[in-house]
Design a protein around this ligand. Structure first.
Ligand code: SAM
Length: 242
């Protein structure tokens, strides 16, 4: 669902988040909800042979892919676990990141409080979450584009507007917020947008649930690849310290 990491659109904010984490050689860094391990090699490179990278995810398929991606990297540990009960010794982590995970979890502030527990005083934490109210798709049928965004926000993602609340949630969990940034990946390629944003899949779901008229929804989707394409959404990144 809403696989927003791959492709050019996702690379810029990830690079920025890693830079702002200011990783140092020898540190212990935690990637919560590491998924298929996309960022683990870059984290390992930054902390070097003397450092430790811990990737945590609750999905066994993701963990298998993360292990495959990092099996030749020393000091990378992949652990099965949940953000609400992190499998990490308290006070042992120097740097941590959570990238597009909190939007899915039951209790985002509780998950951040877990991160407080896992990190050392002075630790730096990077968070990135989208705000799906900002999803815009260019189409002649503007009302159906708006209906699609409303449906995505209401039904597809659990905490769809978490991006705007991320800094507040971090403060509620006891972190000191240092930097708040917004980046807007732009999609000019219909196929990439459809793959990443689930345009066809979520429109079909909205139609099946009677939230968008069948003919209008099908016409909207069929028209999208016909001309120059534009879609974008905004991701909010927060850097905070403990
Ligand atoms: C959109 S992916 C992001 C993956 C990775 N952070 C990245 O940037 O490529 C969301 C990941 O969060 C994981 N996830 C969702 N809820 C979780 C939870 N409660 N505890 C641990 N992982 C969770 C999913 O299994 C999935 O791998």
């Amino acid at each position: 669902m809403l696989r927003a990491a791959a492709g050019d659109a996702g690379r810029a904010y990830k690079q920025q988040l890693l830079d702002l984490l200011d990783l140092q050689a020898g540190q212990t860094v935690l990637d919560v909800g590491c998924g298929p391990g996309t960022d683990l090699p870059a984290l390992a490179q930054r902390v070097g042979d003397g450092g430790t990278v811990i990737g945590v995810d609750r999905d066994p398929d993701m963990l298998a892919r993360a292990r495959e991606r990092t099996n030749d990297l020393r000091r990378v540990e992949i652990r099965e676990g949940d953000v609400h009960a992190l499998p990490v010794e308290p006070g042992t982590v120097d740097r941590a990141k959570i990238d597009r995970v909190l939007m899915h979890v039951a209790d985002p502030v509780g998950a951040l409080a877990q991160l407080q527990r896992a990190t050392r005083p002075g630790a730096r934490i990077g968070l990135a979450e989208p705000d799906w109210d900002t999803l815009i798709v260019d189409a002649e049928d503007l009302e159906t584009s708006r209906a699609f965004t409303r449906y995505t926000t209401a039904e597809v993602v659990r905490h769809a507007t978490i991006g705007r609340s991320l800094a507040r949630f971090a403060e509620q969990a006891g972190f000191c917020v240092e930097t708040v940034l917004a980046t807007t990946p732009v999609f000019r390629d219909f196929q990439e947008a459809d793959h990443t944003l689930g345009l066809g899949r979520n429109m079909q779901q909205a139609i099946n649930e009677g939230r968008i008229d069948r003919d209008r929804g099908h016409r909207w989707f069929a028209d999208l690849p016909q001309g120059p394409f534009y879609a974008s959404f905004t991701l909010v990144s927060v850097i905070c310290s403990r």
